[in-house]
Structure formats: structure tokens, C-alpha cells
Design a binder for this molecule. Structure first.
Ligand code: FES
Length: 108
């Protein structure tokens, strides 16, 4: 299996209502992950890039959280409408999407 050029991790963690940490689940992460899945399929990105749904990545209160390696860029508050930019700019052009980056105080 060839090593992917980039690996996208999408937090799909849920917690019970009222939990003090909240979660990406209550902020719509499932729609973000499903949008990534659809885009990977329609753009035929499998093999060049990897996509994994994952548990908590850390900055729950700023979710949905998306982490891209090998750069280790954390994105916060990602919406389904942001997924195309993440793919076109970060994955395909190697230019992280600055407007979606988690604050340095959270991930720096
Ligand atoms: S629940 Fe998604 S980052 Fe913690």
C-alpha cells in the first residue's frame, strides 16, 4: 500500500447532552465527515490521500475538528461547505486554509 501524501482525520466524537466538554458530534461533525467521504469518492482521491473518522482530537469546544498530516494542521469549526476548500487548497495545492486554522493558543 503506498503511503498517502496526506491523511485527513475528522473527529466524530459524541458525548451525552450537557457534558462539560461538549463534542464535535453536537456541532455537526457527521455531516463534515460524510461530505469528505463524498468528495473523496467523486474526485477519486483514494490512494493519493487517506481519510479517517476518529475520536476526540482535543479542541472540543471549537469543533468540528479536522486534523491533516503530515503538516499537523488543526482546523476548527469546520462546516460541510468548507470541505471543498480543504481538499482543493490543502490536499491538492499543499496550501493550508488559514481562515479555518485552530487558534495558536489551542494548537500551536
Ligand atoms: S470531541 Fe471533537 S475534538 Fe473533542
Amino acid at each position: 500500500m503506498p503511503k498517502p501524501a496526506k491523511h485527513v482525520f475528522v473527529c466524530v466524537q459524541s458525548r451525552p447532552p450537557g457534558h462539560p466538554r461538549g463534542s464535535c458530534g453536537e456541532k455537526g461533525c457527521a455531516d463534515v465527515y460524510n461530505t469528505f467521504l463524498n468528495e473523496f469518492q467523486s474526485r477519486n482521491l483514494w490512494g493519493r490521500f487517506s481519510l479517517t473518522n476518529t475520536g476526540c482530537l482535543g479542541p472540543c469546544n471549537l469543533g468540528p475538528s479536522v486534523l491533516v498530516y503530515p503538516e499537523g494542521v488543526m482546523y476548527a469549526g469546520v462546516k460541510p461547505a468548507d470541505v471543498a476548500a480543504l481538499i482543493e487548497e490543502h490536499l491538492l495545492l499543499n496550501q493550508p486554509v488559514e481562515r479555518l486554522r485552530a487558534p495558536a493558543a489551542v494548537w500551536g
